[in-house]
Design a protein around this ligand. Structure first.
Ligand code: WTA
Length: 652
């Protein structure tokens, strides 16, 4: 609540830097308003024009939006294209020796590839994939660290029309298994291990473990990239080295020209119920969202050195690392490591070394770095920076101010970008040459995206009152469906009980201030945002309940200074209430258990035991009470429907 209060009482406004405006891609409010007007007057035509302008099509499209079967919207459906062609070949034709990627490893080694070299790598690996029998439409799991090879693997899939599904390296064998099974993947691409913060984390071993569980019979081969040289437990029938896959392959690979709606990838993300959802994105519309926002929000130019610190395992690592920067022909940094290794000045050092001009990171990293050394940036020359970005969670005004003053020297606009795995690209964000900034607000919508705040009945909510954040019209880069589960897609994003299922419901609540700026208040569902990572409370509860000693569990979020939210679990054991050393042992064991079931990122920060959970007479767990207990607040809510009030004392 304190966060909400401080956001709502925020009234500082930082005007646009006129120097920035002079060189910006969008230079005036009139230009922005004209775009909005064009989109209002001819929505389908507005996006069609942009798609023709920014994408190279093999076969032109004649239809823009097809809304004949809501909410299954399609865009540019009779056009044909290839995303990898748009990211590589067309730049190689103009400027082959331009640097595409500057890779910096955890240990600080630097490797640079030009667009021509990257195209060669992608083509050879794509040919290698074909030699393994991978064809258009096959699903490929990628479980790799941030690296040139991870991008090559993703781009190679796009080149041959295979559908990749990247699994974040922090997820467990169980999580890989779940995704392989749901996607019925034919191939897994991984590395022997990954290096982060000087430590080695095995990856291939997790893949092995996942494949040993029933339900992965679809997987024919595992391609292993040698990254650290760790010993690999070899399976003769299934495993093949990356370097053997590309051996003797041609440097050229004709792209597979796919329909605009052909799925480019599936990315699993947490929802409020059940297992993670396979968010399916389409090739054409997704690419368009990536390109337009690179130009409008990041104001990308030919001579920029762009750096997004995101991991390829998340949507930001897809849109603003693998696809967006390459689609616009930018030079970008790809970083393998973590912000605190070898010291908490790593980011600032890298900005100085590489003369980074655009820097995009998450509030959780900013807060952690302030705590570890708020003055450290002053030891470095950060004058190359011209634009800063924030993503993943609300940025609190104090962190915003530090970012603005200490990193941006009060001259760099901050683009606070609100979007989701499902939206594919930015939805709410300042346009840096024209939008005055307010700390903690992601300001207004991208021109051509129609966002609003409504109540259950679909009525508009105005003037600082919170409501459901919705997107009123379908847009090119949006989720097409949940892989293999269209009913779940409708239920999750076009629920009947909010505005009669007319609008895309984001799952966030938001308010709009008197300037018309949006303030995100947080999730309305049981989804946690821990260090910018999305986790479902249900998933963690299921993991806990799978432990043989656990009868029941409920998980809630508690505000945390650095992580945004931390995870608090209330657990009912089978048998007696654990005490003393037995209790400590069990806490440890359950935390490790969750790490094994989901990944270390889902480990509860705190576990409390009780003989029961607070429930209503009908047996419903009263989560709002648990949230108060987790925060250590006195219970002031109405507890007249609570069946077992004495339990509150136990869970305090
Ligand atoms: C939250 C990450 C406030 C939000 C790109 C959303 C944000 C969820 C912001 C999506 C922001 C993301 N301000 N909240 N700038 N950006 N969120 O799918 O709750 O991992 O629904 O996509 O993160 O998380 P996801």
């Amino acid at each position: 609540m304190s966060n909400i209060q401080s956001v709502l009482s925020e009234n500082r406004v930082f005007p646009v830097n006129p120097e920035f405006t002079k060189q910006a891609n969008i230079k005036s409010e009139q230009e922005y308003q004209q775009m909005v007007a064009d989109a209002s007057n001819n929505y389908s035509g507005y996006w069609a024009n942009l798609a023709r302008q920014y994408i190279d099509w093999k076969a032109p499209f004649s239809k823009s939006l097809n809304d004949s079967n809501p909410p299954f919207y399609t865009w540019f459906e009779d056009g044909k294209l290839n995303v990898s062609y748009n990211c590589l070949d067309r730049h190689v034709a103009n400027n082959p020796h331009k640097t595409a990627i500057i890779f910096e490893s955890d240990a600080g080694h630097i490797e640079t590839v030009t667009y021509k070299e990257l195209l060669t790598k992608v083509s050879r690996f794509a040919n290698g994939l074909k030699s393994l029998g991978i064809v258009k439409g096959d699903r490929v799991i990628i479980y790799m660290p941030n690296s040139i090879e991870a991008i090559v693997a993703m781009q190679a899939c796009a080149r041959i029309g295979a559908i990749h599904s990247v699994v974040f390296g922090g997820f467990s064998a169980k999580a890989i298994h779940e995704r392989i099974h749901d996607a019925q993947a034919k191939l897994v691409i991984t590395s022997d291990a990954q290096k982060r913060g000087g430590k080695i984390f095995p990856l291939n071993q997790d893949v092995k473990e996942a494949l040993s569980l029933p339900g992965c019979e679809s997987v024919e081969k595992v391609v292993i990239h040698r990254r650290t040289g760790e010993k690999v437990e070899w399976d003769n029938k299934r495993d093949i080295w990356w370097h053997d896959v590309i051996k003797n392959q041609s440097d050229e690979c004709e792209p597979e020209w796919v329909e605009a709606e052909h799925p480019l990838f599936i990315l699993y993300t947490s929802g409020s119920t059940g297992t993670p959802k396979g968010v399916q994105h389409a090739s054409g519309g997704y690419l368009l969202g990536a390109i337009t926002t690179m130009k409008w929000v990041f104001d990308i130019k030919d001579d920029d050195i762009y750096w997004s610190t995101a991991d390829v395992g998340w949507i930001t690592g897809h849109t603003y690392l693998c696809y967006g920067p390459l689609a616009v022909g930018a030079t970008q940094i790809v970083f393998e490591g973590i912000p605190t290794f070898p010291a908490a000045d790593r980011f600032w050092r890298m900005i100085e070394t590489h003369k980074v001009t655009i820097f995009y990171t998450a509030p959780t990293a900013i807060r952690a770095l302030i705590k570890l050394g708020g003055d450290l940036p002053n030891n470095f020359d950060l004058s190359s920076l011209r634009l800063l970005g924030s993503v993943g969670e609300p940025i609190n005004p104090e962190a915003w101010m530090w970012y603005y003053e200490t990193i941006g020297k009060s001259k760099c606009p901050i683009v606070d970008t609100w979007w989701q795995t499902e939206t594919g690209s930015h939805i709410l964000a300042p346009i840096p040459g024209i939008t005055a900034l307010t700390p903690g607000s992601c300001t207004r919508s991208i021109p051509g995206i129609f966002v609003d705040i409504v109540d259950e009945a679909g009525n508009l909510v105005t003037d600082n009152n919170g409501g459901y954040l919705v997107i009123k019209k379908p847009f090119p880069s949006q989720i097409r469906t949940i892989w293999n589960n269209p009913e779940r897609f409708i239920k999750a994003y076009y629920p009947e009980d909010i505005a009669n299922g007319k609008y895309y419901v984001a799952g966030d609540s938001a308010s709009r201030d008197t300037m018309g700026y949006y303030h995100i208040l947080g999730r309305i569902d049981d989804v946690l945002n821990v260090s910018g990572h999305r986790l479902g409370t249900m998933e963690i509860e299921s993991a806990l309940v799978a432990h043989p000693g656990v009868a029941e569990a409920a998980v809630v979020g508690r505000p945390h200074d650095i992580k945004g939210e931390s995870i608090v679990a209330f657990v009912v054991c089978k048998g007696q209430l654990p005490t003393g050393s037995e209790k400590d042992f069990l806490i440890n064991e359950l935390r490790e258990w969750v790490a094994k079931e989901i990944g270390a990122l889902a480990k509860p920060d705190e576990i409390r035991f009780g003989e029961n959970l607070p429930k209503t007479r009908s047996g419903k767990i009263m989560r709002r009470l648990l949230r108060s207990l987790a925060k250590g607040e006195a219970i002031t809510q109405d507890i007249s429907t609570l069946e077992n009030p004495h339990i509150l004392d136990q869970l305090k």
